[in-house]
Design a protein around this ligand. Structure first.
Ligand SMILES: Cc1cc2nc3c(=O)[nH]c(=O)nc-3n(C[C@H](O)[C@H](O)[C@H](O)COP(=O)(O)O)c2cc1C
Length: 485
């Protein structure tokens, strides 16, 4: 392999450096200062804050290219113009200690699952977004949560909203922070909430998990590229909550609706610094999952083991078990949203000849056979360099969505919606890989236009939003230990 890149050096294209020399800072509506251009290229400087968090230009700036990434990313220093101080990580308020999370994720033995059960609430939050691993490697990113996050910035925030109160999850302390409402000793579970029925999406009577995003946290490194990462990660978190809830026997209704989000967030969340992204309504519990194989009984250990691999993704070229693909099929069929397809470029998975497969609408079909290495190396490039060592990966997934139709219908908001859909699926890929002892690396170093062409996507309609490389991790320098509360 030559030229594999990771995040730290993924911006080596001279054009990026050139552009970034003209970067200046502007302060957005929220008071967050972000990098913009003064390079005379004709592109309009913009802020990601305020009314329009995902302007249409973001597709060109952050999906079809990585122009929005400032050159400082390579050094790890804050993006030009961003505030030096870390944005306040959590709001102040009374704190409620959650009970210790269980070691397994199974529905309660003697009663229907409900958030009124402290063990269920604790498990849901911990295995969706909790702190699961401590990496002691000097100079590394020490804290790793249940979902992946670009450079461990974790811009997403998770809030439990009940009819009378709102609680922010603090993963570091495994606590809830009371945002609004008064709370007695019975913490977040003293309402009727999800026991009262399906609720019909009414914020006045139901319980919701609301996902918001603090762009500024990621923008400190990624500048104007942050909204893309934040949208991806919000989708992944939504997928995580949906999955863990199902394993606990809770049924959820995932949602993207702007108006519901607005009502859920109004007067409850620190709206000046957070963008509402998505939500899940907690419904009546289910005793029998639709598919008995998914979520799997060993989900908790899989989530505790999930990881993205070493800085350079360079796995051992050993065959992965056949169950990797059958499991992927079951997981994707249970994804919170439909309307995506997962293109699987299979190199070494037992029982599956190398080739191009597509999983969509709950079905896996083979598109072509033969080693997909050339396709991968042409597609998976970060500014001219191959992003990961595709010569030893087991399988790489590209998650595609129907951008043309979504933009026609939702305009700029299509960006948030499509990233929620694709992000949720991407997290499932990571979890399935972990279940089979593999690491999965989300890597944004791919050329979306090349991917569209080589994967045979519908021109002008379909777009790739995620590249996920999967393989057997090599023993590396990292020393991660599990976190136990
Ligand atoms: C949306 C997203 C984009 C990412 N993009 C890249 C990338 O371009 N290059 C890279 O090396 N890693 C990338 N990563 C991987 C993260 O750096 C990795 O998830 C993080 O180090 C956390 O490690 P963990 O998943 O093992 O906890 C990305 C992760 C996410 C969630």
């Amino acid at each position: 392999m030559t030229g594999a890149t990771n995040e730290t050096d993924g911006t080596g294209d001279p054009s990026v450096t050139e552009e970034a020399t003209g970067v200046t800072g502007v302060t957005g509506v929220t008071g967050v200062t972000v990098a913009t251009r003064a390079d005379g290229t004709g592109r309009t400087p913009r802020s990601f804050a305020g009314e329009d968090p995902f302007p249409l230009a973001l597709w060109a700036e952050a999906v079809y290219s990585r122009r929005a990434i400032p050159a400082t990313l390579a050094s790890g220093y804050p993006a030009p113009g961003t505030a030096d101080a870390e944005p306040d990580p959590l709001p102040h308020g009374p704190r409620l200690q959650l009970v210790s999370p269980p070691l397994d994720l199974v529905p309660p033995a003697d009663s229907p699952a409900a958030l009124t059960d402290p063990a269920v609430l604790s498990a849901l939050l911990h295995y969706s977004y909790g702190l699961l691993q401590h990496d002691l490697t000097p100079g590394g990113w020490p804290l790793h949560r249940a979902v992946a996050s670009a450079r461990c910035r974790y811009p997403s925030e998770l809030t439990l909203v009940t009819p009378t109160a709102a609680f922010r999850f603090d993963p570091l302390h495994h606590q809830l922070v009371v945002l609004t409402g008064s709370v007695t000793g019975d913490q977040a579970n003293d309402q009727e909430g999800d026991r009262t029925g399906d609720g019909g999406g009414d914020p006045g009577t139901s319980r919701f998990i609301v996902i918001t995003s603090r762009f500024a946290r990621t923008a400190r490194l990624y500048g104007g590229y942050a909204p893309r990462l934040c949208a991806q990660e919000a989708g992944m978190l939504l997928g995580a909550v949906h999955l863990v809830a199902a394993a606990l026997g809770l049924r959820t209704r995932p949602g993207q609706d702007q108006e519901t989000l607005r009502v859920l967030c109004a007067d409850r969340l620190p709206d000046a610094v957070e963008h509402p992204m998505g939500y899940l309504e907690i419904l009546r519990s289910v005793e029998q999952p639709a598919d008995p194989t998914w979520p799997p009984p060993d989900l908790a250990p899989a989530l505790r083991a999930r990881h993205s691999g070493a800085a350079i993704f360079d796995p051992v070229p050993t065959p992965s078990p056949r169950a990797l693909l059958t499991d992927l099929g079951a997981a994707l069929a249970a994804a919170p949203f439909t309307g995506f397809s997962s293109h699987l470029l299979v190199q070494r998975v037992a029982g599956f000849p190398p080739g191009h497969y597509v999983h969509s609408d709950g079905r896996l079909r083979q598109v072509s056979d033969g080693d997909p290495l050339e396709l991968l190396e042409q597609t998976g490039q970060t500014e001219g360099r191959v992003s990961v060592n595709f010569r030893s990966t087991a399988c790489t997934a590209y998650i595609a969505v129907r951008r043309g139709t979504a933009v026609a219908r939702y305009g700029a908001d299509a960006f948030r919606r499509l990233h929620l859909t694709a992000g949720a699926a991407a997290h499932l890929l990571c979890v399935v890989a972990a279940r089979h002892g593999l690491s999965a690396r989300i890597h944004n170093g791919y050329d979306a236009a090349v991917a569209e062409r080589l994967l045979g996507l519908t021109p002008g309609e379909e777009t790739v939003l995620f590249q996920v490389a999967i393989g057997t991790a090599r023993p590396g320098a990292a020393f991660r230990i599990p976190v136990v509360f």
